[in-house]
Design a protein around this ligand. Structure first.
Ligand code: AGP
Length: 580
């Protein structure tokens, strides 16, 4: 949630550096964007409501500063407005800060400050922190930070400028990612390593804070000064194969390369070393949010067959609301593309506290969830920028398959998947999309695994095309929802096994006989007359969820384009949800 960046460097084109950095971080939030620096001894900010492109237009002249901070916001505390756009400056103008996360006790701290006469310009918790720093009156800014950390509760990645120390940035981290990296003559701090161009980076842990300048850094935690090791920066260039305008479509098209990458990486059985060290377990629980949770619903089947145990899947926030009984003989598997999702992270903490064995399946090896779990498996999806998760979902499903093979003791292979996988006819999907966007709602129907995959199809269509696509188990239709079916209704029916063909015919008839239209999606021909159909590529049965999900990702993408919306930046959402 929110992207932030701080830069110190001599001779840099600061305007270009900040805008390019913000553009890379924009997938984390795009409600407003702003930059801040000190000019003639005074803090200056330039801000816009809306996307970074608007800020770029506004910043016409070069920025004459060797140090600056910038932020792209996903609104939490305080509405989407210019006053709430970061950076925020303390009333006395000593501190200017950008912040990701939520200060949970901001309201009471604000009230205390107001009583002391502080005037606030906006509603954010960030402005509260800036003023708390100002009010400490310590000479050394690090002492001020130490003091403020005693007062604030919640999650925060903060980068701050103190106008009396114009050679350094101050940084603070708790439960929200923060990294910094040196590169020839410059240093950058950011909420995401994608903005770095150096060879290595340093990752802050919760409770750490300090200062960085061009040559050096000093970091502390509650026990005093600390040392830090650098991590090698993996270059995560985005594959813009088709030169298209959207990350989402490129990322869907990368799916097959992701399968090949996983096939290659998982040949090295050392990848399972840490997992093997977890030891025996007698129960497995799978936990994630949104798309990551949906991948658990598919992965569950592979693992159940391998471990010969029934497995439960949990939406992380529900797991936290009503935690199941946990013990040290359980394996809890946490799935997250970003590895930073706050709900999933809290679930990891609960599982750890109960002594359960923890395994992370993520796309970011140095992410908080990857580090907090005892063992880690990479999904090898490459950087995913589109807010709608696509290739990462497919990768997560495949990793479950690889893990299941490992548990069974058989060598994993994706041969049949890689050779059989073909992208569906996109022109046909686009034609169907044109018809579907005329509807406010869509019924997505399947049985068993097809139903579970429809949950992901529904999420994808809802989040980007803003059509209320609701997944239903086929057998449930007649227990209530059939009441909604009339001549105006469209249902998409997914059927990926020959076995259920007779039953699916009944489902289609139930809908058609009430005047509803049916779109049949399958590798097989429709068993009776339907309004429209989409053909899936035939891959081994166990991989059919991957064939079908890509079709629905494309359908969601084209529905969104047909509605003239931006599939990469859906309304009200952000890629990495680091607040509960
Ligand atoms: C997917 O399209 C969504 N944007 C969302 O549901 C996402 O999968 C969820 O927020 C979990 O994110 P994570 O995988 O980074 O933990």
């Amino acid at each position: 949630m929110c992207g932030l960046i701080g830069i110190i460097g001599k001779g840099l084109d600061m305007r270009k550096e900040l805008i390019e950095g913000l553009e890379k971080l924009e997938y984390r939030g795009y409600d407003s964007a702003g930059i801040g620096y000190v000019e003639n001894g005074q803090p200056v900010t330039q801000k816009t409501v809306g996307q970074v492109a608007r800020l770029k237009e506004k910043l016409s002249s070069p920025i004459k500063a060797e140090m600056a901070i910038a932020h792209t916001r996903w609104a939490t505390n305080g509405g989407v407005s210019l006053e709430n756009c970061h950076p925020h400056i303390s009333e006395g103008k000593t501190w200017m800060i950008v912040h990701n996360g939520i200060i949970e006790n901001a309201d009471e701290l604000r009230a205390e400050l107001e009583e002391k006469g502080v005037h606030f310009y906006g509603q954010t918790d960030t402005e509260v922190v800036a003023n708390l720093l100002e009010r400490t009156k310590f000479v050394d800014p690090i002492d001020s930070i130490r003091e403020v950390l005693k007062k604030i509760k919640g999650s925060y990645a903060i980068v701050a400028i103190n106008k009396n120390y114009l050679d350094r940035l101050f940084i603070i981290k708790n439960k929200s990612p923060l990294y910094f990296s040196y590169d020839e003559g410059s240093v950058r701090v950011a909420s995401d390593t994608s903005v770095f161009s150096g060879k290595n980076f340093i990752s802050l842990n919760d409770g750490e804070f300090g200062e960085i300048n061009l040559n050096n850094f000093k970091l502390f935690n509650k026990n005093g000064k600390i040392n830090k090791k650098e991590t090698k920066l993996e270059k995560t260039e985005i594959n813009r194969k088709n030169n298209s305008n959207y990350y989402m479509i490129d990322e869907i098209h990368e799916t097959i390369d992701v399968f090949k990458r996983i096939n290659c990486e998982y040949k090295d059985l050392k990848i399972f070393n840490k997992f093997d060290k977890l030891g025996a377990f007698d129960e497995i629980k799978l936990i994630g949010c949104g798309t990551a949770y949906h991948s658990c619903l598919i992965g569950k089947k592979y693992l159940e067959e391998a471990a010969m145990k029934e497995i439960n899947c949990y939406i992380a926030s529900e797991f936290n609301a009503e935690p199941p009984k946990l013990n040290k003989n359980m394996l809890c598997i946490f799935v997250s593309q970003s590895g930073e999702t706050a709900d999933t992270l809290l679930a990891v903490e609960k599982a750890r506290a109960a002594g359960a064995k923890t395994l992370a399946i993520t796309n970011v090896p140095y992410s908080t969830i990857s580090k907090k779990c005892k063992a880690y498996l990479p999904i090898c999806a490459g950087r995913e920028v589109g807010v709608a998760s696509t290739k990462a979902y497919s990768a997560q499903v495949v990793i479950f398959y690889m893990l299941a093979c490992h548990i069974k003791g058989v060598a994993p292979s994706l041969k049949g998947l890689i050779s059989g996988f073909k992208f569906p006819d996109e022109e046909k999907i686009r034609e169907l999309a044109k018809k579907l966007i005329k509807k406010r709602e869509l019924f997505l129907i399947g049985r068993g695994e097809d139903y579970r995959n429809m949950l992901e199809a529904g999420l994808k269509i809802r989040e980007i095309s803003l059509v209320n696509a609701v997944a239903l188990p086929a057998g449930e239709l007649k227990h209530g929802t059939l009441a909604l079916i009339d001549e105006d209704a469209i249902a998409i029916v997914l059927q990926t096994s020959q076995k259920g063909m007779e039953k699916v015919k009944n489902t289609i008839n139930e809908i058609s006989s009430r005047g509803g239209k049916v779109v049949f999606v399958s590798q097989f021909d429709p068993p009776c007359e339907v309004y429209d159909s989409l053909k899936l590529c035939q891959v081994p049965q166990k991989f059919m969820p991957l064939s079908s999900v890509v079709t629905f990702q494309l359908l969601a993408f084209y529905m969104t384009l047909e509605k003239n919306l931006n599939p990469d930046k859906p309304r009200n959402l952000a890629k990495s949800v680091t607040v509960e």
